[in-house]
Structures are given as structure tokens and as C-alpha cells.
Design a binder for this molecule. Structure first.
Ligand code: SF4
Length: 452
């Protein structure tokens, strides 16, 4: 079972704090000079089908590792008030779009969307469907807490046409579960998966995490094996990012319980070995999918995308943000809603799109974003061809290419002319290679997670 520790040449890179590149420019570049007026003009000009992201910032209890914008509501009244405002926000955004919208992808994240009552969830989906013209074959995806997934909510998922669900599994190890304040036995997850399948949810995703307190290679191995037994269509394997100065409840996690870079690497390797031997295919940096899943097809056809939810086959260029702190994307830039519920609700109730910050993208940002996205998705990119496709000279990004020489020498990537390929063993370090094309790489590195 023993897996290799991190190769010596990779050690320093693995400890670098880098963005996850779910967007470029990254959220660190957002500022308050971008606001509602930009969001309105970008929304009015939006072309093509939309994608919607709906943030539900409530959970039954907090997991100590969590870095999400969520809270324990202490009674349903707070959720009901949030929903009332969310329904108003839906109408504001629908009115801001210049033409009758068409939506191909709807994603509920959080928090735990199943903190809502079954009736409220159904009413929310129904409103979204009518306000944004959600297509009959749209992907409707929901992040779920398996501990509170009951029969009523499963029935609401079925009636609402939800066809993809992500279960926060994280670890099956009871010792690790105790250390992260998230107790969920294997049988509970298995019942959740069976219930989702019965409800007609054809796509089931699992999120796993390595680098949690008390976790080691053997524990990760067992978790991945138990996960594979339940045959989710997709599995993501994220590294735990310990940033207690931002995510306050992470202070409950003892630093001495956390593995160092070698341990983190071997845990990620263990998950990789188990999932590959169980028939999963690698997708980008940290996802796995069964052959036949739409991510595998998108990867094969060179149209895999990366957005705030991770890897996706969703081709929409416009993402409408709904709910507190939600991030939206437009051809012209990114926007983010107010990050406190009070500020978000006050803006919406005053008839405003609740945008508090964002960033406008330049033509060069869009070129760099495309290079970074191809690297993150395909682990290779033809930089010269992308420069040409975006109307730049083939040599435009040669200074960034020159910056790869140390990475090449250490085996992180290979170059042939202006083609760059991430080294076979260096997939997990793709963010280090992508960072060479990040003109805005922040010195504020404490906000980012370690590369591995
Ligand atoms: S990990 Fe998920 S369930 Fe746990 S607190 Fe965060 S959002 Fe809630």
C-alpha cells in the first residue's frame, strides 16, 4: 500500500500558496470600483445560454475544516427571511437581463441547500425555472449534506428535476470525522446515494478531502476504496486548506494533527491509485469521473471548463450570482454579491442588484485566462495558438514562457516551442505552472491554499 513521498524536486513547489484558478483574474483582484452599474450593463449585453449559481448559507452544524460562507440558523425563521429576499433578487436579475433568458445550468451551493424545507426548495426551483427560462434538459445540480437528507427532500429533488447531486463525504474515517466535527457513518452515505438514484438523480458526485487532522495514507486509502464501492459518477479529491486566520472555526483544528507536505502528497497519491484502479479517469487537477460521464467526454473533446464550482462541461459564458457572497461571471468581468447577509438583503430590498465588488477583464486578461484554463483542464496548452486566436502576436506571452525554465528543469513541465505540457507526475502541481501566466499574482499569498 505504501506510496512514494513527494519527489525532492517538487517539495518547495508543493508548499507554495497559490490560487485554485477557478477564475482569472482571481477573487483576490476584486475591488469595490466594480459594482451594480457594471453588473447591469454586463447583464444587459449577455449573449447565449446562462448558468445560475444560488448560494444557500445555512448548515445544521459547522464542520471545523469549512471555509464556506455559511452559518447555523438557529431556527427556520432566518432561512425563511433569506428566501423571501432571494425570491426578490431572482426577479431583479431576470429584469436586468436584456432579453428573455435561456438557462442551461443551475447550481445550488452553500452551505447546505438541504437546510431548506422540501416545499421551499421546490418553490425556489420553480421560480428560477420560470424567471430564467431554464431549459428542459438543463443540468440542475445541488450540493447536499448527507446527514440531513430526508425522504421529503429527496421527493422534492425528484419533482424539481434535479439531475446531479454532490454529497460532502470528505472522509469515512470515524477518528478523522470526530476531529472535524462531522460524524456520518458509511451506511448513511450509502442510503443517501440509493435515495438519490431512486429519485432519478442520474449524476452523483462525492467530495473527498486529504490533509485533514488525524488523516494518514491508510485512512485516505480506505476512504477512497469505500467511496469507489458506492460508484459515484464523479469524485473530487481536494486538499484541506488550513487558513484559520480567515476561516475562524478552523481554530478548532490542532495544527499538530495535520500532515506535512510528504504526508499530504502520499494521501493524495493513495486516493489517486484507488480511484484509477476502480476504473475512474483523471480530470484536471483533482477530479475523477467514470467513463461515460460528461466530464470525460468534455475532456476528450477539448471543451472541459473550469469555474467557481470546479470542473464542468457547462459551456455558458455568463454566470448569474444569486444569494449572499455569490460570484457571477460575464464576458466583461466578474462580480460578487455583498458578503454579509445584512448588506446583501438591504441592497435587494432597496431594489438593487447587491453587487459589492468585482473586476473588469481586459483583452489580455481573457487571453491569460484561456491559457490558464487549458492548463488546468487539459494539463497542456498551445500558448502561441491561443495568442493568435485572441488577436495577439504568437510571441505575446513569450516572457511568461521564459519564466517556466526553472519549472522545466525540475520536471514540472515540458516545452516544445510554445506548447507546454505538465509533467506526468506533476499534475498535482499544475497551479504552479499556471501561475507563470498570472500577471496579477498577488503577494498576498496567505489567502491561497498550498499547492498540495
Ligand atoms: S462543510 Fe458543508 S456542511 Fe460543513 S459547515 Fe461547510 S458548508 Fe456546512
Amino acid at each position: 500500500m505504501t506510496r512514494s513521498s513527494i519527489p525532492a524536486a517538487f517539495l518547495e513547489y508543493a508548499q507554495r500558496n497559490l490560487p485554485r484558478y477557478t477564475s482569472y483574474p482571481t477573487a483576490v483582484a476584486f475591488h469595490d470600483q466594480v459594482g451594480e452599474a457594471d453588473a447591469r450593463s454586463w447583464a444587459e449585453a449577455a449573449e447565449g445560454p446562462l448558468s445560475l449559481y444560488v448560494h444557500i448559507p445555512f448548515c445544521d452544524q459547522l464542520c471545523w475544516y469549512c471555509g464556506c460562507n455559511t452559518t447555523v440558523p438557529n431556527g427556520y425563521g432566518r432561512i425563511a427571511r433569506y428566501l423571501e429576499t432571494l425570491h426578490q433578487e431572482i426577479d431583479l436579475w431576470a429584469a436586468a437581463l436584456g432579453k428573455p433568458p435561456r438557462t442551461a445550468h443551475l447550481h445550488f451551493g452553500g452551505g447546505s441547500p438541504n437546510a431548506l424545507s422540501a416545499d421551499d426548495f421546490e418553490a425556489l426551483v420553480s421560480h428560477l425555472r420560470s424567471a430564467f427560462g431554464v431549459e428542459a434538459d438543463a443540468e440542475v445540480a445541488v450540493e447536499l449534506d448527507p446527514r440531513s437528507l430526508d425522504r421529503d427532500f429527496l421527493a422534492a429533488l425528484a419533482r424539481s428535476g434535479v439531475n446531479r447531486a454532490s454529497l460532502g463525504v470528505q472522509t469515512f474515517d470515524p477518528i478523522v470525522q470526530a476531529k472535524i466535527n462531522r460524524i456520518q457513518p458509511f451506511d448513511q452515505i450509502a442510503e443517501g446515494v440509493a435515495g438519490l438514484r431512486r429519485a432519478g438523480v442520474t449524476g452523483v458526485n462525492f467530495d473527498l478531502i486529504y490533509g485533514l487532522p488525524g488523516q494518514d495514507e491508510a485512512s485516505m486509502w480506505r476512504t477512497a476504496a469505500l467511496a469507489a464501492e458506492l460508484r459515484p459518477d464523479r469524485v473530487s479529491v481536494f486538499g484541506y486548506a488550513h487558513v484559520p486566520w480567515f476561516a475562524k472555526h478552523q481554530k478548532m483544528i490542532r495544527t499538530e494533527d495535520l500532515a506535512g507536505p510528504h504526508g499530504r502528497w502520499s494521501q493524495a497519491e493513495a486516493a489517486d491509485a484507488v480511484l484509477i484502479s476502480a476504473g475512474y479517469q483523471r480530470i484536471g487537477l483533482d477530479h475523477y469521473a467514470l467513463p461515460g460521464d460528461s466530464l470525460c467526454q468534455a475532456l476528450l473533446e477539448g471543451r472541459l471548463k473550469r469555474n467557481f464550482q470546479g470542473y464542468t462541461a457547462d459551456a455558458a459564458d455568463t454566470l448569474i450570482p444569486l444569494g449572499v457572497s455569490a460570484i457571477g461571471a460575464f464576458a466583461q468581468g466578474f462580480v460578487q454579491a455583498a458578503r454579509t447577509t445584512d448588506a446583501w438583503a438591504a441592497a435587494v430590498q432597496g431594489g438593487h442588484l447587491p453587487i459589492q465588488r468585482g473586476v473588469a477583464t481586459s483583452a489580455e486578461d481573457r487571453l491569460r485566462a484561456a491559457v490558464i484554463e487549458r492548463l488546468m483542464c487539459d494539463l497542456e496548452v498551445d500558448v502561441g495558438a491561443l495568442c493568435r486566436a485572441f488577436g495577439y502576436a504568437e510571441s505575446w506571452l513569450d516572457p511568461a514562457l521564459a519564466g517556466l525554465s526553472a519549472l522545466q528543469a525540475d520536471g514540472l513541465c515540458h516545452r516544445q516551442g510554445r506548447r507546454v505540457r505538465v509533467g506526468a507526475d506533476a499534475r498535482r502541481l499544475v497551479r504552479v505552472v499556471a501561475a507563470a501566466f498570472d500577471a496579477a499574482l498577488s503577494t498576498e499569498t496567505v489567502r491561497h491554499a498550498q499547492a498540495v
